[in-house]
Design a protein around this ligand. Structure first.
Ligand code: SF4
Ligand code: SF4
Length: 430
């Protein structure tokens, strides 16, 4: 027997009334544009959530459109009535997860436990995976495995991601404790490396830290921090996401940092919304809000610093923003200000640059076919822009763009680089 009152509360029913059905969000929604169905548009999804809350359709009727939402939140940015789409989506994901939990087989439960609880939250396992990948690439064993068809045991989506993964570098040794308070750095920064980022793109974190230090900051990577919980939150693992948020809040409260900085648009979006996990009356709300306010994307910090731009980077560059950086963190101008300072760069705008590339956390693995439809649309605009370099600000977008170039046979002609790599090269560091 369904408790209708509870269902309406759980489903953010009240928030659905802000939608006036105008449809302004439709052209901004990548799944609507790529799949062409009203049910897979923001307006359609909001209506489905409302109907499910009113008991007019079943919870399972909204499952496919909600599962196939990228969570890019472009609809929020363009909505004239400020619909809280993120809140509505999260509520639907959590309700669906609760309903599905009862029907999950023991095998599915065990798999979710391994992925979300045991692997993504375990820095040692992720570190070992990074080292394993490094050794495979260094010895070229990855290519041997591909030829021997042993990779075929993996799902197609993971095989394609493995092929697109760039050369991995191991992280450098990082400062883990604050220096004497007598030294006066310009800013004290707690650095948040992120899990996937530090497994596949540790060199970008190292460059980000060097740039911050070059700008006069003290940068500390505290050992007590952990996974941001974004992938867990997007997958309906609500309790685990809250637990991870509390661990990070407690870890950083022990230090006196001016800012907590990351170079991962997706993780940053989770960190700046930690307070939304708690009711305003909950003592954790205030702590989470203070934590959230300290979190900044690397581009925001680098734009504040006086960096020694000294070297020309003679490249034709386009920018593919991370949706979570633009739509959730609302960081739009700082990446451009930084690119403008890199001498030699010729910027070419890409049409529909604000449209999600289809990466969206693990969407490109669990909904590979749909993700590729969105990616193929994105690649049409990349080809029209004809850049030599696509600049990104998030590891998920970075890998997805590499995959898109590979699908188009353009991977030898166009590079993908993080904004940090461009700035670092212009400042003469590697
Ligand atoms: S979500 Fe906003 S933009 Fe989209 S239909 Fe509703 S009111 Fe209009
Ligand atoms: S979050 Fe993105 S994919 Fe989902 S409805 Fe909004 S615009 Fe569409």
């Amino acid at each position: 027997m369904i408790d209708e009152k509870k269902l309406r509360e759980d489903l953010a029913y009240d928030a659905t009334f802000s939608c006036v059905q105008c449809g302004y969000c439709l052209p901004a929604c990548p799944t609507y544009v790529s799949f062409g169905k009203e049910t897979h548009s923001p307006r359609g999804r909001i209506n489905l959530v409302k109907l499910a809350a009113e008991g007019k359709i079943s919870i399972h009727d909204m499952a496919n459109p909600i599962d196939l939402c990228l969570g890019c939140r472009a609809c929020e940015t363009v909505c004239p009535t400020n619909v809280e789409y993120g809140k509505i989506l999260t509520s639907a994901v959590n309700v669906l997860a609760e309903y599905r939990e009862k029907d999950r087989s023991r095998k599915e439960k065990a798999l979710r436990n391994i992925v979300f609880h045991k692997t993504l939250t375990n820095k040692k396992i992720l570190g070992l995976m990074g080292k394993g990948l490094y050794v495979l690439q260094k010895t070229k064993l990855n290519k041997v495995l591909r030829k021997s068809k042993m990779m075929k045991v993996l799902p197609t989506s993971m095989q394609r991601m493995e092929e697109a993964t760039p050369t991995v570098k191991l992280p450098e040794k990082r400062q883990a404790v604050e220096r004497s308070q007598q030294e006066q750095p310009y800013l004290r920064i707690g650095y948040f490396p992120g899990c996937v980022m530090d497994t596949v793109f540790a060199n970008i974190n190292d460059l980000a830290i060097k740039l911050l230090e070059m700008g006069g900051c003290e940068v500390v990577t505290i050992q007590e921090q952990g996974c941001c919980g974004a992938l867990q939150q997007h997958s309906g693992e609500k309790e685990l996401a809250i637990e991870l948020a509390k661990k990070n809040i407690e870890a950083f409260e022990r230090y006196q940092f001016d800012y907590i900085v990351n170079a991962v648009g997706g993780c940053g979006a989770a960190l700046v919304e930690y307070h939304l996990y708690f009711d305003e009356q909950d003592p954790w709300f205030g702590r989470a809000k203070r934590f959230a306010e300290k979190n900044k994307d690397i581009s925001v910090l680098l734009a504040k610093l006086e960096l020694p731009f000294q070297k020309e980077v003679n490249k034709v560059v386009t920018y593919q923003p991370s949706c979570h950086l633009t739509n959730v963190q609302q960081v739009v101008d700082d990446p451009f200000h930084l690119l403008e300072q890199v001498q030699g760069v010729t910027y070419v705008p890409m049409e529909k640059k604000d449209m999600c590339c289809g990466s969206a956390g693990i969407y490109n693995i669990v909904h590979h076919a749909e993700s590729m439809l969105v990616l193929d649309d994105k690649m049409k605009y990349v080809k029209r822009a004809t850049p030599e370099v696509i600049v990104t600000t998030n590891p998920g977008c970075h890998l997805q763009m590499l995959l898109g170039l590979q699908r188009e046979g353009l991977d030898d002609e166009i590079e993908v680089r993080h904004l940090v790599e461009m700035v670092a090269e212009a400042c003469g560091i590697e």
